[in-house]
Design a protein around this ligand. Structure first.
Ligand code: ADP
Length: 705
């Protein structure tokens, strides 16, 4: 129930279905109820009308029978044979005539009364009951000159007096009947008769006698069979029903075609109490269903009035109700079935129709859900219906397409923006790198400028005394001549050490004032130059047991001062040798340097398998005075090399993994591109102002470092 309400509140389809189906589902049961009620009422009325008209027919026939008895007796009353019999002297002739006439007319008794109502003759003279018969209204009426016929009840003695056989015929055992009023009697002994009295007139139309006769109706099956045959002719009742007709004396069936179980006529059975009270007590006509013997019959009862005006019996016609009601119920059930089938079919059709109407709506709903879950490709797709909802679904797809196009456009813009941001970021990073490089250059420049100034001063202060020492030493040697032999060794040592002082000062000056030492620039073959370097360092290499691998395949020359390049390369080789105190492998590799597929110059690699460079030192090894060789190193070799190579527009770089050796690469151009760095010019300008001449072009000696 809750689920149904929930669905009803959530689904438009359910709401509309409820709207459509509610009249059908509420209206049809109401309609069916009304049809059932009206049908039942109509049926009741119909059967009442029918049984009413059947009762009228029976009544007419019954009346017709009275008339027939009167007509028959009337015919006898006016016959010659009667007047002859009356004229005969002896009563026996009259009696025998009456007996014969009774038999012919089908009467049960026939009396001739005189004009005072006393019995003149009887069909059975021996048993005639009483002399005077004018107690009976019909007789009185006839004595008054009018033919009369009526229904009368004769008690048992009266019947026996007329004819003992008649009494016997009239006797009926009462059969206990359901629904009947209690009756202490065991039998019905009275007789119900059609009783007629007709005046007999002489030739001058004077009333001379009355002919009285009667027909006993107890057990008179012919009569009820005929009534039944007339009213319920074959085919007038539905299959299975049967018509019945009965004559009651009081409430007891004395002539009937209602059958008991064994097919025997239900004589002696009694009307239900309800019928008896309604008809006999209240004197009304019964037109309704009544319990008859053992089943319900649609029944018509009317009271039978005797000549005294008393209700003495009932006339009944009716037919078995069950087939009628079954037919009616069958018709109603058929109607119900048709209604229900139509309703169910209507519901099913409505449901299917509603589904086809709402399918596009549900498709749109599902699509919205999928779009909401992120499926941008979700579409309603083609829908079968071309109504407004179908158009709505198509329009929705159009809307989604437009949205998708907008979103794609936005995405394109976003991508473009991302790309631009990335480009700008890269540019910024490059600019930062350049800035950093410039900053480092500047730092180094400043450092070098300070060192240069210091060096220039120191060199000036040292070189002159050293030159004086050396000059005076030479003078001393000349003056002493052979006398100097005992101190020759000491003189040599002084000479050597002053030379060392000079060398250090020269190096300092070379570092501070590189341009001064540059000499001339030429196109140098790097392959040949490396061979020269190896010649100079071979002694050290062999001493340290180092394998040398040389791979020279450069085709370009490089524009540089040859001795400067040699100084750089020898510096790198010596560093490599010092990094491999226990031997190792030195690899020298010369290749062309290409940029964008174009030869630019040469690339020279000096790689060793020594201890390598610690990560934290990598960024500092080109700094002036940075050295890990405490005591033996100056920390100037790499910074001088860096300055030289940069000056020609080349570059020097290093790659190293601690413990796995180091690899230095020198790039030099075929056409030198003189660096526009502030290093050399600024420094040199100051140097020139304060500088002192040293030995220009003197080759550096790696071994003396
Ligand atoms: P020096 O050799 O006088 O120390 P350099 O400027 O030539 O000065 O070298 C600076 C420092 O760089 C060295 O002290 C050394 O620590 C490091 N270095 C240079 N070359 C190598 C190499 N091949 N292997 C390991 N360390 C090296």
């Amino acid at each position: 129930m809750i689920d149904f309400r929930d669905r009803l509140s959530r689904s438009v389809r359910s709401k509309l279905l409820a709207m459509v189906l509610a009249p059908l589902l509420l209206g049809v049961p109401i309609l069916l109820g009304l049809v059932w009620m009206w049908g039942t009422q109509g049926y009741q009325q119909l059967v009442s009308y029918k049984v009413g008209s059947d009762l009228i027919t029976a009544h007419e026939y019954f009346a017709h029978m009275h008339q027939n008895v009167a007509v028959d007796i009337g015919a006898l009353a006016s016959s010659h044979r009667l007047s002859r019999a009356m004229a005969a002297p002896a009563g026996a002739a009259l009696d025998s005539y009456l007996e014969e006439a009774r038999g012919q007319a089908g009467l049960d008794f026939l009396y001739l009364l005189d004009a005072r109502g006393e019995l003149l003759g009887a069909d059975l003279p021996r048993h005639h009951p009483s002399a005077r018969r004018d107690d009976w209204p019909v007789v009185r009426k006839a004595l008054a000159g009018e033919p009369a016929t009526a229904i009368d009840v004769f008690d048992a003695e009266h019947l026996a007096a007329i004819n003992p056989a008649l009494r016997q015929r009239a006797r009926l055992s009462l059969v206990p009947t359901p629904n009947a009023a209690p009756d202490a009697r065991l039998e019905e002994t009275r007789g119900l008769l059609i009783h007629a009295a007709i005046p007999v007139r002489d030739e001058s139309e004077r009333l001379v006698a009355v002919l009285e006769g009667g027909v006993l109706l107890n057990g008179n099956s012919d009569m009820v069979d005929r009534i039944n045959a007339i009213i319920y002719r074959e085919g007038t009742l539905p299959l299975g029903s049967r018509g019945t007709a009965t004559l009651f004396l009081g409430d007891t069936r004395i002539a009937t075609n209602v059958r008991l179980f064994e097919g025997e006529r239900a004589l002696g059975t009694r009307a239900s109490r309800a019928v008896r009270d309604h008809v006999l007590t209240e004197g009304k006509v019964w037109l309704d269903t009544a319990f008859v013997v053992n089943d319900y019959y649609v029944s018509g009862y009317e009271p039978v009035i005797d000549s005294f005006g008393k209700r003495v019996g009932m006339l009944y016609v009716g037919f078995l109700e069950a087939p009628f009601s079954a037919a009616m119920q069958g018709a109603l059930f058929t109607l119900f079935a048709v209604f229900v089938s139509v309703s169910v079919a209507g519901c099913v059709l409505s449901l299917r129709w509603a589904r086809s109407i709402f399918k596009p709506v549900e498709q749109v709903g599902a699509t919205i859900q999928r779009v909401g879950q992120g499926d941008a490709e979700a579409r309603v797709g083609p829908v079968a219906s071309r109504d407004e909802i179908g158009q709505l679904a198509a329009a929705f797809d159009g809307l989604l397409d437009t949205l998708a196009a907008r979103r794609a456009e936005l995405q394109r813009w976003a991508d473009e923006l991302d790309r631009k941001v990335a480009d700008r970021t890269l540019e910024l990073q490059e600019a930062n790198a350049t800035l950093e490089q410039a900053r480092r250059h500047l730092a180094m420049t400043e450092k070098l400028a300070a060192i240069g100034e210091l060096t220039a001063g120191v060199a000036h202060e040292i070189n002159n005394p050293v030159a004086v020492i050396q000059g005076n030493l030479d003078v001393l040697k000349e003056i002493l001549g052979p006398a100097a032999d005992p101190v020759r060794e000491e003189i040599r040592l002084i000479h050597e050490q002053t030379h060392r002082i000079w060398l250090i000062v020269t190096k300092l000056l070379q570092f501070a004032r590189p341009g001064e030492f540059a000499g001339y620039v030429e196109g140098v073959d790097p392959n040949a130059l490396i061979a020269d370097c190896l010649v100079l360092t071979r002694h050290n290499l062999e001493r340290r047991n180092i394998d040398v691998h040389v791979d020279t395949a450069a085709t370009c020359r490089v524009e540089v001062n040859a001795s400067e390049l040699q100084q750089v390369l020898i510096n790198l080789i010596v560093n490599a040798i010092q990094a491999m105190p226990d031997g190792g492998s030195l690899r020298l590799r010369i290749r062309d340097w290409e940029e964008d597929g174009q030869p630019v110059g040469a690339r020279m690699e000096v790689c060793d398998t020594g201890q390598g460079i610690a990560a934290e030192d990598l960024s500092r090894i080109f700094d002036p005075f940075f050295t890990t060789k405490k005591g033996s190193g100056t920390g100037l070799g790499l910074s001088i090399s860096y300055t030289i190579i940069e000056r020609y527009g080349g570059r020097i770089s290093v790659a190293s993994q601690p413990g796995q050796g180091a690899c230095f690469t020198v790039h030099l151009r075929s056409e030198a591109r003189y660096a526009d760095t502030p290093t050399a010019p600024g420094f040199n300008a100051r140097w020139i102002e304060t500088g002192t001449a040293t030995e220009p072009g003197r080759p550096s000696d790696a071994n003396t470092r």
